[in-house]
Design a protein around this ligand. Sequence first.
Ligand code: IMP
Ligand code: MG
Length: 178
Amino acid sequence: MRSIQLGDKTFELSITSTEIQKAIYRMADEMDRDLKDKNPLMICILNGSFMFAADVMKKFTTPCQVSFVKLASYQGTQTTGQVKELIGLTEDIVGRTVVLLEDIVDTGVTIDNLVKQLNGMGPREVKVATLLFKPDACKRDVTLDYVGLSIPNEFIVGYGLDYNGYGRNLPDIYSLVK
Ligand code: IMP
Ligand code: MG
């Protein structure tokens, strides 16, 4: 099994880029079916979601707008449990269908807080599309409308996900070797 080193930690290959792309095609199809006539505003949650958002948007054929927000809740391999304020949303979302594009839902704190913040801004609906989901880590009752892959409760890097800022550029996903 291919392994890599990032700083003090070793990671081994867990999800290949082929598996990732297969999950993304399926998600884009499901989203096209649901969102066809809804003029959705797609929001990529930076930093981690940049690769997922780019790939899923290339497969999504529904006319839409794409925007970006930034938040962060992680330090090293541990969630701080606190989500920083939503930065950068300049669009008026009143009456809009908003779709959040997230790399991973872990404890669910980030997405739960963001969905609540956005729901307070008068949208028609807020949907969530996440490439990865850790069901065993999730502590919040969040509705995930589109899920790429459910994964075990392990720390992973690659395909946008980082360890102290490193590993985001890897096309495959690797899990931490303990
Ligand atoms: P949550 O708030 O615990 O659901 O975590 C959300 C954010 O933490 C995600 O959007 C990721 O950016 C980051 N995150 C969660 N799990 C991992 C992981 O295994 N590796 C790297 N980043 C992660
Ligand atoms: Mg993220």
